[in-house]
Design a protein around this ligand. Structure first.
Ligand code: FES
Length: 159
């Protein structure tokens, strides 16, 4: 049994074996693993005696769950009201384009992952992006391109 399997079995043994504990179980797995793998969801389905379709349906209903491993540097685009009104959606599209991933995804090299957040409390700087612990204020699509190229220069890629 590898470490992941033993981690998962300790989570499953620790949680109650009843469908009402599905979300708590998924939350605990994500908190330990950083995401929900399809293997983990299959194990949860077996443990709770539920269909895998039901587990998948519940997990995908909630925004809190992610299904790809997290990147080293989480990129978060604020889409709270102030940021949304200041062009947050265009900024999000630019980040997704530059990283070549969708919201909830992780770059192939696992360097970055992308998600939206609600207000992070610095609306005067809207629209805001955070990368790791750094805050990037008043973002625009061209600034997104600059920042991503600076953090992840094309020479760092093999292709
Ligand atoms: S809405 Fe984005 S920081 Fe407040």
């Amino acid at each position: 049994m590898n470490t992941k399997e033993s981690d998962l079995s300790s989570i499953l043994n620790h949680n109650r074996r009843h469908p009402r504990y599905l979300i708590a179980t998924l939350q605990e797995i994500q908190s330990r693993e950083g995401y929900l793998s399809s293997e983990a969801m299959l194990e949860v389905a077996g443990f709770l005696d539920m269909s895998s379709a039901t587990v998948w349906g519940v997990a995908t209903f909630y925004n809190q769950f992610r299904f790809t491993p997290p990147g080293k540097r989480p990129v978060r685009v604020c889409l709270g009201t102030a940021c949304h009104l200041a062009g947050g959606q265009l900024v999000m599209e630019a980040v997704a384009r530059e990283l070549k991933i969708e919201v909830g995804g992780t770059t192939e090299d696992r360097e970055f992952d992308l998600d939206r957040v609600a207000c992070i409390g610095c609306c005067a700087l809207a629209p805001v992006v955070t990368i790791g612990t750094d805050v990037y204020p008043k973002m625009t699509p061209p600034k997104v391109e600059e920042v991503i190229v600076e953090l992840n220069p094309p020479s760092a890629h093999k292709d």
